[in-house]
Design a protein. Structure first.
Lengths: 112, 113
């Protein structure tokens, strides 16, 4: 069945460092891909998404490109801030599916 | 602004109690979902509903049931709460297309003693 694998955390960075969180997926057809963020004590918020191959999603300085050839959707940010400290989830929704399938989440901690 | 609300942020119940978690969305979405979030396991789907009175089992439905009598409301029921159901419960809603974003509520942190 469909699945998502994302890098284990925690990831600890200094402010202004470059961030990459790897995400790969297994799915038939052409799923839609999502990154969600969860700040402490809150629910999940959509960070960005891409619904077809080669699409780039972007928001708040974060970017991810839907790579069909490598089945990947890695999250990047050029310069992280303390306020980016959160848990990040990669997820997919298959063409025939209804619910999201999530990776296990990556905790990011940014220090000043 | 889109909104998914959950009836409680924190809940403490005793083993064997019947527990109701309520979720309401104001976006006229057809699909609604209940997930459970546990450390190291990510989010796992318990049940979802694609229409009023319709439901489908997710990955971990055992010990849970759901009710959807109105389009905007989706309830999760723990028939007889057990300590292994202590968790964070997240409700979500979306339109049917696989390209559509799923919107989440703030979560209910349930402790079963």
């Amino acid at each position: 069945g469909d699945s998502v694998t994302q890098m284990e955390g925690p990831v600890t960075l200094s402010e202004e460092a470059f961030l990459t969180i790897n995400c790969t997926y297994t799915a038939t057809g052409y799923p839609s891909l999502f990154w969600y963020v969860q700040y402490p004590g809150e629910g999940l918020q959509l960070l960005l998404k891409a619904t077809k191959a080669d699409d780039k999603g972007s928001n708040k300085g974060f970017e991810a490109t839907y790579r069909k050839e490598t089945t990947s959707f890695h999250l990047e940010k050029g310069s992280v801030q303390v306020s980016d400290s959160a848990v990040y989830f990669c997820a997919l929704k298959g063409q025939a599916g209804t619910a999201l399938i999530f990776g296990k989440g990556t905790t990011l901690s940014v220090s000043s | 602004d889109v909104k998914v609300t959950q009836s409680s942020r924190y809940l403490v119940k005793r083993t064997g109690e019947k527990v109701f978690l309520e979720c309401v969305q104001d976006m006229d979405h057809e699909n609604m979902f209940w997930y459970r979030q546990d450390p190291g396991l990510g989010l796992r789907l318990i049940y979802f509903s694609y229409d009023v009175k319709m439901k489908e089992k997710g990955d971990i439905p055992e010990g849970y049931s759901v009710s959807r009598e109105k389009k905007e409301r989706f309830s999760l029921i723990l028939e007889s709460a057990s300590t292994n159901q202590t968790s964070m419960y997240l409700c979500a809603s979306s339109r049917p297309s696989h390209k559509e974003t799923q919107y989440f509520g703030p979560g209910t942190r349930l402790l079963v003693l």
